[in-house]
Design a protein around this ligand. Structure first.
Ligand code: RP5
Length: 167
């Protein structure tokens, strides 16, 4: 845990860690301090609510919440804070994440959750999206995001050139 954490990454179970690590990796890549821990909306609701309601006061600016199955974690956290909450639906059941996706994305009007894609791509994008939100306030994060996009485009260009050369 970093004292100066700007992002709080929560997950419903430690079994979600292999997916949610992608969000942490993305934040590290942009030099953003985060705190990552487990809190379940149904197994430890008091802990989830405490973490969310105290987040702003603790210097947190964005919350990322990953959960599988009924996946009400992001919505429960969003109910207790006006910070932006980014939800990551996790494929943890025989429904392959469709259950978590619908539970995360279909918030009733009034309490928004920004839902990402199911699984690792969603967790990675949650980290990048958190960086984009923070970039409004922190110009150095905006610069790192611009460099990340440039690097991604250059890699595609390189691959395209190689492919064309081999045709
Ligand atoms: C959800 O149930 C968790 O977010 C996890 O994705 C899923 C299964 O949890 P475990 O039974 O592996 O702890 O609450």
């Amino acid at each position: 845990m970093e004292d100066n954490a700007k992002v709080l990454i929560l997950m419903g179970s430690d079994s979600d860690l292999p997916v949610m690590e992608e969000a942490a990796k993305a934040l590290k890549n942009f030099g953003i301090a985060y705190r990552m821990t487990v809190a379940s909306a149904h197994r430890t609701p008091e802990r989830a609510i405490k973490l969310s309601s105290e987040a702003r006061g603790n210097g947190i600016e964005v919350i990322i919440a990953g959960a599988g199955a009924a996946a009400h974690l992001a919505g429960v956290l969003a109910a207790k804070t006006t910070l932006p909450v980014i939800g990551v639906p996790i494929d943890a059941t025989p429904l392959n994440g469709m259950d978590a996706l619908l539970s995360t994305v279909q918030m009733p009007g009034g309490i928004p959750v920004a839902s990402m894609a199911i699984g690792k791509a969603g967790a990675k994008n949650a980290g990048i999206f958190a960086a984009e939100i923070l970039s409004i306030k922190y110009p150095e994060i905006a610069d790192r995001l611009a460099a990340f996009r440039k690097d991604m485009a250059e890699k595609v260009d390189e691959k395209a050139k190689k492919m064309e050369a081999n045709c």
